[in-house]
Design a protein around this ligand. Structure first.
Ligand SMILES: Cc1cc2nc3c(=O)[nH]c(=O)nc-3n(C[C@H](O)[C@H](O)[C@H](O)COP(=O)(O)O)c2cc1C
Length: 388
């Protein structure tokens, strides 16, 4: 891969991150992303990082897991070389979450469990699920308690947003609950539910959480688009590690940059289009092998095409053509027609993926009246949906 050597970014104070028995050094984590961070994508990121870091699965709904839904059982597949195996769970019912966690622990299905309390999708929050849960402190506590108890020796972490909106912030209370219930580490996406993916992530909130719960590692999440951003987040917030999501969409080599930066090196990957094309074909190939069907793998890969090609001179017709391919040969042939000698475009380093926000948060009637009542959440808030 082509690299660009910049002045060494200097050393950082970032110590290795300890997630139960697992040492994560440098402290970089691939954010769980539904429909994205499956085994093939994690493999690519891990290859670029040289096996360093932690790579979390896409979100798995606890009900589907307990029912051994066929698709869900495929989603929890790990590459044989993947260690530690990290599963993110999403559940709304303490009993079901407890069953799912016990199943993982007893059957040895993973080495680490992350709980998702950040999903902003209206069809989930409308029922009181996802990022609506932390507002109900007792419900949050009950879910976390069942998970930690059921997990036995497996470390349990949790990931959340700042709160529902600026008038209903919950991250500090949720952090305290996490500590009291034995959570190993906590990740904060510095946005409210109302923000979805819009505006900028509030890194100050990450710093405040770190001060509030010095007992456990706090991981910062939101708007890390480059290795320098990651170092800056650690410097400015004092967080113990970073969780990187959209920045690596169509750019799994960002993990090489992250490792380099945390290790004090300035050799960053800046691939030519030819090198990007090779990664694209490999990504599509891995998806096909994982699904067990080449065409379905290439079709699943379509959502990644625009991210990989961001900033390169490709032309809208070719972009469209590449986004509707259904065979590896068609993908390769299309890519070969491009000017593959193009260097990495400077414009490709910024934000990518979803950036919209400021939606009205839809909640069950009266949800905000009492943060401590014992409202339960309907099982239909646990949809087979995506998001965090
Ligand atoms: C396509 C997509 C899917 C996501 N799915 C999940 C998920 O399954 N679980 C979760 O906790 N967060 C999910 N998220 C949120 C990310 O993990 C992360 O918190 C968010 O994107 C902010 O980090 P970033 O600025 O680095 O992207 C998702 C985000 C995106 C863009």
């Amino acid at each position: 891969m082509s690299t660009l050597t910049t002045p060494a970014p200097g050393t950082t104070a970032a110590a290795p991150l300890q997630i139960g028995p697992h040492t994560v050094a440098p402290p970089v984590v691939l954010a769980p992303m539904a429909g994205i961070t499956n085994a093939p994508f994690r493999t690519l990121c891990r290859e670029f990082s040289g096996g360093k870091g932690l790579f979390v699965s896409e979100m798995i709904t606890t009900r589907a897991l307990v029912e051994r839904n066929e698709k869900t059982m495929q989603l929890i597949h790990f590459d044989a070389t993947e260690t530690p195996r990290s599963i993110q769970l999403y559940g709304v019912d303490p009993v079901t979450v407890g069953k799912a966690v016990r199943m993982i622990a007893e059957e040895g299905l993973a080495d680490h469990i992350d709980l998702n309390f950040g999903c902003p999708v209206p069809k989930v929050t409308r029922k009181g699920g996802g990022s609506a849960i932390p507002y109900k402190r007792n419900l949050l506590r009950a879910i976390v308690r069942e998970a930690v108890t059921g997990a036995g020796d497996l470390p349990v972490t949790m990931k959340m947003r700042k709160g529902i909106d600026d008038d209903h912030l919950t991250h500090l209370d949720a952090g305290r609950i996490a500590v009291e219930e034995g959570v190993t580490a906590i990740a904060l996406h510095g946005r409210t539910t109302a923000q979805h993916y819009g505006g900028t992530a509030d890194w100050d909130a990450i710093a405040r959480l770190k001060e509030h719960v010095p007992e456990i590692p706090v991981l910062g999440n939101g708007d890390i688009w480059s290795a320098e951003d990651a170092l800056r987040m650690v410097r400015e917030t004092g967080c113990d590690g970073v969780v990187v999501g959209r920045g690596c969409l169509g750019r799994p080599w960002l993990f090489a940059d992250l490792v380099a930066a945390f290790e004090g090196r300035g050799d960053y990957v800046r691939p030519t289009l030819r090198e990007v094309a090779d990664v694209m074909v490999r990504h599509a190939t891995l998806l096909g092998e994982w699904i067990g069907d080449e065409a379905r793998g290439v079709i699943d890969f379509r959502k990644h095409v625009a991210w990989y090609l961001k900033g390169f001179a490709v032309g809208s017709e070719m972009r469209k053509r590449l986004a509707i391919t259904s065979s590896l040969e068609a993908l390769r042939t299309g890519l070969d027609e491009l000017d593959l000698d193009q260097p990495w475009p400077t414009g490709a380093d910024g934000p990518r993926g979803r950036t919209s926000g400021n939606n009205r948060v839809v909640l069950p009637d009266g949800w905000l009246k009492d943060p401590y009542d014992c409202a339960g959440v309907g099982a239909d808030a646990e949809l087979d949906t995506s998001g965090g």
